[in-house]
Design a protein around this ligand. Structure first.
Ligand code: BMA
Length: 329
């Protein structure tokens, strides 16, 4: 099979073979949840968090919900992608002039390396949820940049390289609360400050009820020879509240607002206790995906029940076959 993922090798990617009794495209780690409750003194729960490879090891930006139930972002490291040393103090942002920037809350980070810089996007308190953006080169100095969007918006996810000379970001315009709607849009920027040329990518709905309430981008899209592979969350509303599942789509490489395939079914839905029981039951919320390009192995980090950090695995060729044969586009 020829290589589908355009990117680097990661021979020590966290990886477990698909268990013999599982016939699904995406399977869970036997080590789940990889981050359990009360992982650091100030936080009861760490979830919806991001991990990236770094010099043969791993680094991450983590959503830590404090005992006030307000979230902040923390930096952490790992040798193997399973066991994390998360800093006990939150990331302190400073502006371009070096002054500390206080924030009321910060949650659902995405973490991406573009050229030589590491960028974080998160749901920022503008006040009111908007897309925050910051950068670091040394994981000690964290520069808060201009907010990408006005309130209200969540799930800002950058592409890992410029597209036609422009930075590109997916986001989901929303309201100030537990938004009962949401579609994925694309915006471009020449400089990471001014964003525009907004395009609709995908609307909630489709044939599957699992994504009928709202959808939002998950991990940073993975570049493949056939398009950008996007894992995203889809939400349905039941008589007892929202249920968050994960699905996949393939976006055009040059114009990612064009959807090539959109999977009809969820690929991961709350089934295990750490997904169905917790602070918010029935949430599987993907935020990061690492890959080993030559083997096509993908490791996905997702939040379980707003309480745990979990890992799942898939093979890019199988996801692609699934999408080709089960697309609603
Ligand atoms: C969303 C966000 C996510 C969370 C989800 C389920 O609105 O707050 O962080 O996982 O709700 O509670």
């Amino acid at each position: 099979m020829s290589q589908l993922i355009i990117g680097n090798a990661l021979p020590n990617i966290p990886w477990e073979e698909r268990p013999g009794d599982v016939d699904k495209v995406v399977w869970r780690s036997k080590m789940n949840p990889v981050i359990r409750r009360n992982p650091i003194p100030c936080a009861g729960r760490i979830f919806n968090s991001c991990v990236l490879p770094y010099n043969g090891e791993y680094i991450g930006v983590f959503r830590a919900d404090y005992h006030t139930v307000r979230p902040q972002l923390h930096f952490g490291r790992s040798k193997d992608g399973y066991n994390f040393q998360i800093e006990h103090e939150k990331i302190v942002w400073q502006n371009e002039a070096g002054q500390i920037v206080e924030n009321g809350y910060a949650y659902d980070p995405r973490f991406v390396k573009i050229e030589d810089t590491y960028y974080v996007n998160w749901c920022d308190d503008f006040p009111g949820p908007s897309i925050g953006m910051g950068r670091t080169n040394d994981f000690k100095t964290w520069i808060k940049m201009e907010n990408v969007t006005m309130p209200f918006n969540r799930n800002g996810v950058m592409f890992p390289r410029k597209i036609n000379g422009m930075y590109a970001m997916l986001s989901r315009p929303s309201d100030s609360g537990h938004t009962p709607f949401g579609d994925i849009v694309l915006s471009y920027s020449p400089d990471l400050t001014f964003w525009g040329k907004h395009r609709l990518v995908m609307r909630r709905g489709g044939h599957g009820w699992w994504q009928d309430t709202k959808i939002g981008a998950g991990p940073v899209p993975i570049e493949t020879t056939e398009g950008w592979l996007l894992f995203y969350h889809g939400v349905t509303t039941t008589c007892n509240g929202f249920v968050y599942s994960m699905g996949a789509a393939l976006l055009d490489l040059d114009e990612p607002n064009k959807v090539i395939y959109r999977g009809l079914h969820y690929l991961l839905t709350p089934e295990e206790d750490y997904e169905t029981n917790g602070f918010v039951p029935n949430v599987a919320f993907p935020c990061a995906a690492m890959y080993d390009a030559p083997t096509g192995r993908i490791a996905i980090y997702y939040g379980g029940a707003d309480s745990y950090t979990c890992l799942a695995f898939c093979q890019v060729d199988e996801v692609m076959d699934y999408l080709k044969n089960n697309s609603e586009v």
